[in-house]
Design a protein around this ligand. Structure first.
Ligand SMILES: C[S@@+](CC[C@H](N)C(=O)[O-])C[C@H]1O[C@@H](n2cnc3c(N)ncnc32)[C@H](O)[C@@H]1O
Length: 261
């Protein structure tokens, strides 16, 4: 089903959003100039994009356990891997952006909610070769394909944990004192998204970052994004329409940016 709400929000965002010009915060200006708008090719992209193109023609049928808000595209219970690769993965430009942001942040530990076939997981892990990377996926058959993919990319150090975010994420957080980077890319519901945010908050380092996917996916997600922006611990946010970046840097004036991407 076509998502008119998303289209309306996209047009509105395009009319308001800035490029780097008109941004006065040095922290945000540098991030836009050197990271967000760095469209140079990087060799780390090659293997992952090669894998994506193979997955796009992979006819293996797997059973889908959908614990999330579902998909606007196809809600069948059995899907070919290629259908997942087409509809559920971040497109290359966004996945590469996530790689650059991670590389710039230099996190020691990364948690991803929503592994799917492991493509963004691979981008995160390759961007931070020394980081501990944990990715959580609710669908066992999808997680199995992701683990195979990550092994193929020599990323065996990534742990793919299978289970509902509601159970696994608090357990992961309890097992580590602090978090540098958390990428929330699954279960796009208002209440769930706010839960993940609030559970993660006590663990976030001042210089850490959270990335929320699909902040305009529905009215509920837009509301969740507004609540996150308003939280007193949040200083800077960058709304790139497709994803939202959240920073907690102390001493930074509270400011929210809408940036074209
Ligand atoms: C959009 S996909 C992730 C895409 C992936 N990050 C990428 O771009 O390469 C979201 C994934 O989250 C999983 N998911 C959604 N809700 C979940 C929940 N409550 N618990 C565990 N997994 C969930 C889905 O099974 C799906 O594979």
């Amino acid at each position: 089903m076509f998502n008119f709400q998303l289209l309306k929000s996209f047009i509105k965002h395009r009319l308001i959003a800035k490029t780097r010009h008109g941004v006065h915060s040095p922290f945000v200006y540098r991030l836009i100039d050197e990271v967000i708008y760095d469209f140079n090719h990087r060799s780390e992209y090659n293997d992952i994009e090669q894998l994506r193109s193979e997955l796009l023609s992979d006819r293996r049928l797997i059973s889908i356990t959908d614990l999330g808000a579902g998909s606007h595209v196809n809600n069948n219970k059995r899907k070919e891997v290629r259908q997942l690769a087409k509809s559920a993965l971040k497109p290359p430009a966004l996945a590469k952006l996530i790689h650059r942001l991670t590389n710039d942040l230099k996190p020691h530990n990364i948690i991803e909610l929503g592994t799917c076939l492991g493509l963004t997981t691979a981008y995160l892990a390759k961007a931070a070769p020394d980081a501990r990377v944990i990715s959580i996926e609710g669908c066992p058959e999808t997680a199995k394909v992701a683990a195979e993919n990550l092994a193929r990319l020599d990323l065996d150090r990534v742990s793919v944990l299978t289970g509902n975010f509601d159970e696994v994420f608090p357990r992961v957080l309890a097992g580590q004192q602090t978090a540098d980077l958390i990428f929330v890319d699954g279960n796009h519901r208002k209440e769930a998204t706010l839960n993940y945010f609030h559970w993660a908050l006590p663990h976030m380092k001042d210089e850490g970052m959270m990335i929320f996917d699909d902040i305009y996916w529905s009215k509920g997600m837009e509301e969740a994004w507004e609540d996150i922006k308003a939280h007193p611990d949040v200083t800077v946010t960058i709304d790139l329409f497709w994803i939202g970046l959240v920073f907690f840097r102390k001493g930074q004036a509270k400011e929210h940016f809408k940036v074209r991407f």
